[in-house]
Ligand binder design. Sequence first.
Ligand code: NAD
Ligand code: MG
Length: 415
Amino acid sequence: MTATLQQTERELAPQLKTIKPRRVSILGSTGSVGVSTLELIDFACSTGSAQLEIVALTANSNVELLARQAIKYRAAFVAIADEGQFAELSELLFGTGIKCGAGTTALIEAASYPADWVMAAIVGAAGLQPTLTAARSGADIAFANKECLVCAGGVFLAAMREGGGRLLPVDSEHNAIFQVYDFERPERITRLLLTASGGPFRTWTQAQMANVTVEQAVDHPNWSMGAKISVDSATMMNKGLEVIEAARLFPTPANKIEVVVHPQSVIHSMVEYVDGSVLAQMGTPDMRTPIASALAWPDRVESPSTKLDFGSLGELSFEIPDETKFPALRIARQALDIDGLAPTVLNAANELAVAAFLNRHLKFLDISHVTEQVLASFDFGSTAAFGAELLLEDVLETDTEARHKAAEEIRKHMI
Ligand code: NAD
Ligand code: MG
């Protein structure tokens, strides 16, 4: 018996030791998800459980951090979106042999460098072209940039099919569902239950929310994230975008995707089956867990995230979301019901309204108001359904038009 066990251990040892060596690129490496990805990679390499080579890194304007990352990980290529920072980037990388570029073409070049696994972690529709390029390249895509799937769902999924890589959800809810979803028997699934923390204003009244400051809105109770997604969590548009993201990622009808408020953020989402079983994935609210899941899938790799301590967890509670207090959820659902280019409009208007709020030009409650007005201003009568696959040009044209309309609407409410 002992001999057999030892033999099995010997046979398993090589697989247990390291996950597959991979060439890794990170689109949006200086952001919250990007930095968490590099922390995980550091940890996995230091414990000997991975041997990873960093190929390409990108950022918007944080040139110092991008250069430091590039040098530390000996990246082959780095791209900065802000062309005004190119001279400084070149100077910081002088003599290192690391190639660099600036602007959209450089971001696309970074995404087309041969890699096995690409983390798509640029925020907003700005990530669309690089993410599409990475998808077409055949790399596995660790997918965080939900706005890309909301604004160009069919186009992005077609690019994934063309490339043939795996689409590995990183958003904690979608990663949770992905881990417990029976893709061979989707018809046995009765509901997807997306959990939501409820954000910092869960217990506030609308009157209290009227004068919310930027600092209050970005101060999320459980998760540490970039500014845009933090504001989306506060309005609950984040959960609205996630309902659309789930409808694109999983073959479950949109009317079977529900949202449950769960303030402790311990259960990251759930799948209900016909027999009444509900499978949940749990963990501490630390993005390094879903990133680790996406990095090793279907294998597992150790992550530095704090493990759950059930003894000190206390109560896990659940509530129905209040769509009167948080209209963004209802507006996103409306866009998904219309489908076609409506989610494109929703995403563009919300991005602009959130940016205006962060620049202190718009009041918090007007973010949802502006988004709803812009969505209502479009006639989607002739829009092709999602299944008919929209063209990238249609998406880009509608995205631009929605941004113009949103800018007009924001001017009317400007503070
Ligand atoms: P962030 O703002 O911290 O980082 C965004 C990254 O994108 C940065 O590297 C930034 O330089 C880059 N970027 C921003 N604008 C750009 C532009 N115009 N062109 C090129 N690059 C640009 O955001 P984040 O919190 O890391 O979120 C990234 C994405 O992941 C978002 O789509 C978000 O919804 C999603 N996400 C984040 C979390 C989280 O915990 N932070 C969780 C789930 C999903
Ligand atoms: Mg999420």
